[in-house]
Design a protein around this ligand. Sequence first.
Ligand SMILES: CC(C)(COP(=O)(O)OP(=O)(O)OC[C@H]1O[C@@H](n2cnc3c(N)ncnc32)[C@H](O)[C@@H]1OP(=O)(O)O)[C@@H](O)C(=O)NCCC(=O)NCCS
Length: 177
Amino acid sequence: MKKTYLKQTKIRKIKIIDVSIDWVNWLNDKQIVQFSKQKNNRHTLSSQKKFVKKKLEDKNSVLYGIFFEDNHIGLVELDLIDKFNKNCEISYFIGEKNLWGKDIASIAINMALNEAFNKLGILKVYAGVYSNNYPSHRVLLKNNFKKEGDLKNFYKYNNNRVSKIFFGLDKKNYKKI
Ligand SMILES: CC(C)(COP(=O)(O)OP(=O)(O)OC[C@H]1O[C@@H](n2cnc3c(N)ncnc32)[C@H](O)[C@@H]1OP(=O)(O)O)[C@@H](O)C(=O)NCCC(=O)NCCS
């Protein structure tokens, strides 16, 4: 993973005041949400505030904003935190498409993994990814995740069925950048 934008990239827990028209527009952008159920909903400032409020009350989720040069550009979430089994799911997106391909998501994911493994006591993080979402595979592989499962014909994608690929990372294989 390239560290070119390491200094400019930060994550912090999201707040209600982070909800913005930019964020709403990211969620209404068909290209950004093509690999998410969000593509079936119309998003507004009010629906988004409701969503964030619910997340802030959810003890099994931590939602971080991704900031590039102090501007909010995306999200990374630790969800389905299972305190007994010490595992959780990770998901992410970069809403500012002009910043794609610069390793920013990979860096932000690395930072969220540090929180999971070194602050929340998590031992295993996993992600479920559309088989045709190549950039998403890459950000996980660059963070040392391994492909650990393949559920065939899981998702509807346009007129096709595609697999859900499970990627997993054990704490012992995590490398902080
Ligand atoms: C997936 C996503 C978060 C990646 O963010 P990013 O900051 O561009 O990620 P990185 O720059 O760290 O890595 C992207 C990788 O995908 C590759 N890539 C392929 N097609 C690409 C494209 N159209 N745009 C950007 N990167 C692309 C890049 O080359 C890079 O791989 P490399 O390091 O081997 O060159 C971003 O594309 C996104 O938000 N997509 C929409 C939401 C989404 O799919 N989220 C994941 C759901 S599981």
